[in-house]
Design a protein around this ligand. Structure first.
Ligand SMILES: Nc1nc2c(ncn2[C@@H]2O[C@H](COP(=O)(O)OP(=O)(O)OP(=O)(O)O)[C@@H](O)[C@H]2O)c(=O)[nH]1
Length: 415
């Protein structure tokens, strides 16, 4: 939002309406004054006509009869009319009769009425009438007050009504809308927008904005739900990939046994457990006999099949999820037997030896007989993992040297 001072839309519209109403009022007043001035001039002319009709014959007779008092009285009566400011009657002899405010005489224009003789057409005097400016001013002030009072009341009523409608129909709903939008968070997106407007039989722009807002909310909700679903799917895929990656990193791709890299950390865990609980464990190291000949005679693929079959035998003949097998390299494997003493490990090795010998591998219709040599050792207290593996390996090679297809156990320690 731009960093500008806040100005209420409704307040602004009301101020504008009020300003416009005042301008209209001044214009109406000026027009009214113009009309009134014109009306006053006409009224004054009408008055002069009336005087010409009613007072001039009397004046004519009074002048003709030289009744100067009556003449002066009639002039004074004329000057008493509120519209008339000053009256001057000039007789042909030069004699003058005056009444009213003499100060008005030189400035303002006057109406002249010729006074004829009672019989005949000769003019015996001239009557001049000056309008009363104070009367005009009073009229103007009166008009001003009328306009001001009437128009002012009307303006105040209209502005109040507009202000009430603007506040109810525009300001309050817009303020609620703005507050709702500013307080909205992804968690409160389901919250419906309630403007609490009075019941109406029509819709307006505010309804359109509210409807658009609801549509936007729904759209955002759907979008967020889709995003959540997509994130969950991607997370699941990533977890599966990470798991597959982990399995790949710790297993031998050909046989599915643990790879050499995994031996060291897993064996350390085994030693730690054996240490902590004072429990035994043993290892069997085995190597297929004359494997090179198998490769040479039946081909490398046959050699791979033999390795896979051997790994399956080792897995099937040992305890599930307890014993574990590592392919040390080539055709050499190491089986770790937790909770197993040497004698039991030897029994296991013998069972495996017999199994491998008894179960030939069939590859592309060809029978491949197998034998393997074994070295078996039990972990000794404080023995390092490398030492244990080395011992089992050396026992295995002693078995090889002794003619293969046999088992060499760890010799008992000489006291
Ligand atoms: N098919 C196949 N052959 C392998 C693999 N890894 C190693 N070899 C072969 O295994 C053979 C091992 O031969 P040697 O080390 O001489 O052992 P051996 O022939 O079994 O002789 P002894 O162990 O003394 O009985 C070599 O020819 C390697 O090429 C493998 O993953 N697949």
């Amino acid at each position: 939002m731009p960093n500008l001072p806040f100005r209420s839309l409704a307040g602004h519209l009301i101020r504008r309406t009020l300003g416009l109403a005042l301008c209209c009022m001044v214009a109406v007043f000026v027009v009214q004054v113009g009309i009134m001035l014109q009306h006053q001039r006409k009224e004054f002319e009408r008055l002069a006509d009336e005087i010409a009709k009613t007072s001039v014959p009397l004046l004519s007779v009074s002048l003709w009869d030289i009744e100067l008092r009556a003449v002066q009285q009639q002039v004074a009566m004329m000057a008493e009319r509120p519209e008339v400011g000053y009256v001057m009657l000039t007789v042909g002899t030069g004699q003058q009769f005056q009444a009213g405010n003499a100060a008005l005489q030189p400035e303002s224009s006057s109406l002249r009425i010729a006074i004829p003789a009672p019989q005949g057409k000769s003019v015996i005097a001239e009557l001049r009438l000056w309008p009363n400016p104070q009367f005009a001013i009073d009229e103007m002030v009166h008009t001003a007050w009328t306009v001001l009072a009437g128009y002012g009341v009307f303006t105040v009523l209209i502005c109040s009504l507009i202000a009430y409608l603007l506040r109810r129909e525009l300001q309050i709903p817009l303020q609620r809308l703005a507050q709702f939008a500013s307080e909205l968070t992804p968690q409160t997106l389901v919250q419906p927008l309630a403007l609490d407007r009075p019941r109406r039989i029509h819709t307006d722009e505010i309804d359109l904005v509210a409807h658009g807002f609801s549509k936007l909310q729904n759209g955002l909700r759907t979008h967020i739900a889709n995003l959540d679903k997509m994130v969950a799917e991607r997370t699941q895929q990533l977890e599966a990939l990470a798991e597959a990656n982990h399995v790949l990193s710790i297993t031998d791709p050909l046989t599915g046994c643990f790879n050499r890299r995994t031996l060291e950390p897993r064996l350390l865990e085994e030693i730690e457990r054996a240490h902590r609980y004072q429990r035994p464990f043993s290892v069997i190291c085995l190597d297929l006999d004359h494997f090179k000949q198998i490769n040479d005679s039946y081909g490398h693929a046959a050699g791979d099949a033999v390795l896979c079959a051997t790994a399956d035998h080792l897995r099937n003949a040992t305890r599930f999820r307890l014993d574990w097998t590592v392919r040390l390299g080539g055709e050499e494997f190491l089986i770790v037997l937790p909770e197993t003493v040497l004698a039991t490990a030897l029994q296991n090795a013998e069972r495996l030896r017999q199994l491998l010998q008894a179960e030939p591998v069939w590859f592309e219709g060809q029978r491949i007989d197998l034998t393997a040599s074994f070295g078996v050792a039990q972990w000794q207290y404080d023995q390092a993992s490398a030492e244990l593996v080395q011992l089992a390996d050396s026992l295995l090679y002693q078995a090889k040297a002794a003619g293969r297809n046999c088992i060499f156990p760890q010799l008992p320690a000489i006291e």
